[in-house]
Each structure stands twice: as C-alpha cells, then as structure tokens.
Design a protein around this ligand. Structure first.
Ligand SMILES: Cc1cc2nc3c(=O)[nH]c(=O)nc-3n(C[C@H](O)[C@H](O)[C@H](O)COP(=O)(O)O)c2cc1C
Length: 559
C-alpha cells in the first residue's frame, strides 16, 4: 500500500469549452506535452509549475514552454492555454516568518495534550522533523514535568519545542511553580492555554528577562503561543501585559523596573492559536466563523500598538485532513495546530486500547462532559462518546453537585448507585484516597474541604474525573467503559480520509507521517484548486489526495 499507485486523484473530464481567455502555450525547444492521466504526478511535484492546455479536442499538460497572451502564433506547437499551476511550497502555505522565528521548516504545530499524552516521544519526533510540538504538561506533577524537560533538552538540544503552561485556577501555587521551573531550565517558548484572564505567573514568565540590546532593540527572551477561542481573551493576549499585574509583580520584587517599562511595548503573545471545535477544552465554535473574526482583531490591535514584530493568528480545531488544513491557510492562518489526531498516533502517551477506539470513531461520536480542572465552574470539554460511558457518568456527577450542598444530602438510592457503578467503592473510601492525594499535591484543598462540604463533594467527584483519563492512558482494561478520552470531530474526518489506506491501522499512524501528509496534501490540493479557480472544470469529481509514505513524498519534494 505504499507506492504512487495507491494515490487516487480523481480528475474526471476537463470541459475544454470553458475557455478562460485567449492565452496560448507554445512548446518551443524544451516544452513537453504529457497526457492528462499524469495530472496527479504533476501536482505532487510541488516545485514544478505546469500548464493545462487544449490540444485539438483533447486536454493535455504542458511542462516548460512559453505562455503567450495573443493568438498571433502560426505554429503547430501552439495550443490554447486553459490554466497555469504555479509552484506551491509547503512553507508558503502559512507564514514564513513564523517558521523562521521558531526555527522550523513547516508552519505546523502539534498542540499540548494533558497528562503527557503529548509525550516526550511525540515532541521529539515532531521536533526532529523540524516542526513544532508542545509537551502536555497539564495534569502532571512538577517532578514529571521536570523529567520531561531534562529528557528533551538532552535528546534534542538544537531543536525547537515548547511546553504547555496551563491556567490552573484550582491550583494557583502550581502555575507559579511551573513558571519557576520553565525559567530555571530556560524553556523560552510556551503554549499558554485555558486562561480566562491573565495571571501573575504568566505575565511574570513573559516579562522576565526583557532588555534592550546595544542597538536599542527590545529583546524578549520568553515567547508565548497563546490559545484562545474568545475575542475578549484574544485581545488580552495581543495587548501589552496589564499595568495592574506589572505593578503587583514590581511590588513583589518579581520583575525589575526596566522589565516593567519595556513590557508596555510588547504583546503578551505574538502568536495566538484560535481554538475552534476541538478535542478537550473547547467552546465548539466553527473555525469558519471564528478565524475571520480573530484575523480582523489581529489587524486592529497591530495597527493600534504598531508592534515591531507583527501579530499572527494560527488555526486549531477540526484540522486533520489536507482539505481542512488548506481551508485554514486559505482563510489566512499563519500556522495550523493539530491535537486529536496525534493522540491516535503511536508516540502519544495514550494506550493501545484508546488508539483502537479512536480508529473506529466517526464525526458524531463525540460529546461534551465536565472538565476535572474546572469542574465547579461547570466548564466542559469534548470527549469520545462511542465505547465509553464517561460523558454520561461525568454529567450525572455534575448534576448532583449542582443540586446538593453536600454528599450527605444525596438521596441514599443515588448514593448507592454511585458507589456501585461509578466509584466501585464507598464514598468514604473515595474521600480517604482524595485526602491522601491532595495532602501531597495541594493541601489547601483539604483544608478548604474541612469547612466546606460542597467543596468536599467536588473533590470526591473529581477523583473519578481525574482517574478516568488516567485509566484511558494506562489502558486499564476493566475500566474501559469509564475511559475519558479527549477527542474532537477531527478524528472522524481523519478516519474517513485514511480509510483503506496504510494510515487506517493504528500501528502505522505516526505523528510525522500524519503531519507531512496533511501539509503536503494541502499543497497538492492548493495546486489542484488553482486549476478549478481558473475556470477549468474537473467534471463531476472533487480532487482527492490520499496518504503516501514519507519517502515517496520526499522524492516529490526534491524534484
Ligand atoms: C487528548 C487531548 C488533550 C489535550 N490537552 C490539552 C492541554 O493540556 N493543553 C492545551 O493547551 N490543549 C490541549 N488540547 C488541545 C490541543 O492542544 C489542540 O489545540 C486541539 O486538540 C486541536 O483541535 P483538534 O482536537 O480538533 O485537532 C488537548 C487535545 C486533546 C485531543
């Protein structure tokens, strides 16, 4: 399944009567004609422009030669020109400066996936292929994150990668400690996410170390790729750090006067990933409406502050195929971010059972369920519905939490049911375990629970929500029905695209092959679309691109 013949590119018949204009192609000395059946091959050779031409009643492809705007040519080798297909590099799909700034080859990023699902192996693979990956630090302990930093810094000292900095309203001390860790290890690029407002730790991270070089340029060592799905938040990321927080950091002695002054001239984040309907935390906004709004916001804030380095917008949510990637780039995304599809790849920190479940997922097999990190606030995230009862059970727990003020208020029938089906132990035992966990990780929670029975109930319920994703990652077989698997509709789209190809099976899915196929495929489709946009009808069928092996793609890229 890995030769060029596996690639189906359906062209159908070209309607040669649909003439775009009086343009002629002349073969000259070096021009070559080839049959229409070689169209897919021609499209794959991204660096080689070609023409679609009409030869008597036939349609052919012209390589080289010359194009003329008048018909005053009396030559057997001149034919009516129907369309020109330009060169399309993968890099040029997005923003070249983005690639330069982060020292990567393609404007492609794999987003963080909590609990190390975006694992060291995943980050390493993507970084070695000169793309950008974000390590899934959320939900991990400081010790685990530190180990990941050490491993990646040792394995790929010269490559770019980033770490997730996640807003943790329930664990304020943790966010501060993570920032300390990143600063200590020189992690100078983070993907910041789940922020509902800017916090002292994230501002401290951004501002620490700002200085002027001898030419007077402002140098900002710590860079943030922020993630947001709401305009109010996006505008905070694109604006300079809030004065109030700068003053507080100054008062604490956490930053210097110079750092606070220079901070007023830079945005919190130069890059903002617009998160549409994705796996995990999402507002379920459609990318097609969200992206243009955020692009307009970028322009407005850029002209307001006139930053030296222009603001950029990337797209995430629903991207797992060449067509969706091309759509995002065509709308103006500087770069794209994938998530869900990478969890299904062999490098992810998830389990084989989950990878198998994901391989059988359709677009409608996802639903919303309570998020463990913001359970009390009613925040939800998108999870896999097919094959798991987690969403139903998680929602049940949230409804009980809303309705009652303490565990003791829950009617005994409901309580017995929870203990039997969800927790598989008494709620007293769950509290014992929860107590042990938080005593070590965040003792404030235990203190609070002593005087606040509703908080105690939240902690008990969060025990299930927290473990359900760990059972999934560890592949605990007898808890499969409780797996919490963060997943967006992108998974179904990917499965559709790769059906009956080598990427249909889980053991063949690796993050680099997936990434390169999405990006290469987007460039191929861009070239194919350019034929359609010049008025040449590729009758009946849409042009498709099916996955290819990396060495085959590499061959085309070097032509
Ligand atoms: C399993 C999983 C875990 C995720 N965890 C995080 C996380 O901890 N931090 C974060 O910023 N984004 C997280 N995301 C979001 C991804 O980084 C990415 O932005 C998103 O998945 C892109 O949309 P898609 O799922 O449609 O590809 C997660 C997504 C998934 C699927």
């Amino acid at each position: 399944m890995n030769s060029v013949s596996d690639i189906i590119l359906t062209t159908g018949m070209i309607d040669a009567d649909n003439q775009p204009g009086q343009i002629y192609w002349h073969a000259g000395q070096n021009g070559q004609l080839s049959e229409l059946v070689t169209l897919s091959e021609r499209l794959f050779s991204l660096n080689v422009p070609f023409s679609v031409i009409s030869v008597q009643s036939d349609v052919k492809l012209g390589l080289g030669g010359s194009i003329y705007l008048d018909d005053n040519i009396d030559n057997d080798n001149s034919y009516q020109h129907l369309a020109f297909v330009p060169k399309q590099t993968i890099q040029a799909l997005g923003n070249k400066q983005f690639c330069q700034d982060y020292n990567i080859k393609y404007p492609y990023m794999t987003g963080a996936m909590a609990n190390g699902i975006a694992s060291v192996e995943l980050v390493e693979a993507i970084a070695k292929a000169d793309m950008l990956a974000s390590f899934g630090a959320a939900g991990l302990s400081l010790v685990e994150v530190e180990k990941a930093i050490q491993r990646l810094q040792a394995a790929i000292p010269d490559k770019s990668f980033c770490f997730n900095l996640i807003h943790s309203p329930n664990e304020k001390g943790h966010e501060d400690a993570i920032v300390d860790l990143y600063l200590r290890y020189g992690i100078d690029l983070v993907e910041a996410s789940a922020y509902m407002k800017l916090t002292l730790p994230v501002v401290r991270y951004r501002v620490k170390g700002i200085h002027k070089d001898i030419q007077g340029n402002i140098i900002v060592p710590n860079r943030i790729i922020a993630k947001a799905s709401r305009v109010e938040l996006a505008s905070k990321w694109f604006s300079p750090p809030p004065e109030k927080l700068l003053k507080e950091l100054l008062a604490q002695g956490a930053i210097t006067n110079e750092e606070a002054e220079l901070a007023k001239k830079i945005p919190m984040a130069q890059d903002l990933t617009v998160e549409a309907d994705s796996g995990g935390h999402t507002d379920n906004r459609p990318a097609i409406t969200l992206l243009p709004t955020m692009l307009a916001l970028r322009d407005q804030i850029q002209s307001q502050y006139n930053y030296t380095h222009e603001l950029r917008v990337g797209a995430a949510g629903g991207i797992a195929t060449p067509a969706s990637a091309l759509g995002a780039f065509a709308m103006g995304a500087a770069y794209i971010v994938t998530g869900t599809v990478n969890q299904a790849c062999k490098e992810s920190g998830s389990s084989d059972i989950v990878r198998e479940m994901l391989a059988n997922t359709g677009q409608a097999d996802v639903t919303m369920a309570p998020a463990v990190d913001m359970f009390e606030m009613g925040v939800k995230l998108q999870v896999l519905k097919r094959g798991s009862m987690f969403a139903m059970r998680g929602n049940k727990l949230y409804n009980l939490y809303k309705k009652y003020s303490s565990i003791d208020e829950i009617p005994s029938v409901d309580r017995a049911n929870l203990e039997k089906t969800i927790f598989k132990m008494t709620l007293e035992d769950v509290w014992q375990k929860t107590h042990e966990f938080f005593s070590e990780r965040d003792p404030v929670q235990v203190e609070k629970a002593k005087n606040d029975q509703k908080h105690k109930m939240a902690l008990i319920f969060r025990w299930y929500l927290g473990l359900s994703s760990r059972w999934a990652n560890a592949g605990v077989a007898d808890r499969q029905v409780d797996y919490q698997v963060w997943c967006g509709p992108a998974m179904g789209a990917f499965n559709e695209w790769t059906r009956d190809t080598f990427l249909a099976t889980t053991d063949r899915r690796d993050v680099v092959t997936v990434a390169i196929n999405i990006m290469f495929g987007a460039a191929v489709l861009s070239r194919a679309n350019s034929i359609l946009k010049q008025g040449v009808e590729l009758a009946g069928e849409l042009i498709q691109y099916q996955p290819m092996q990396l060495d085959t793609i590499e061959k085309y890229l070097t032509e």
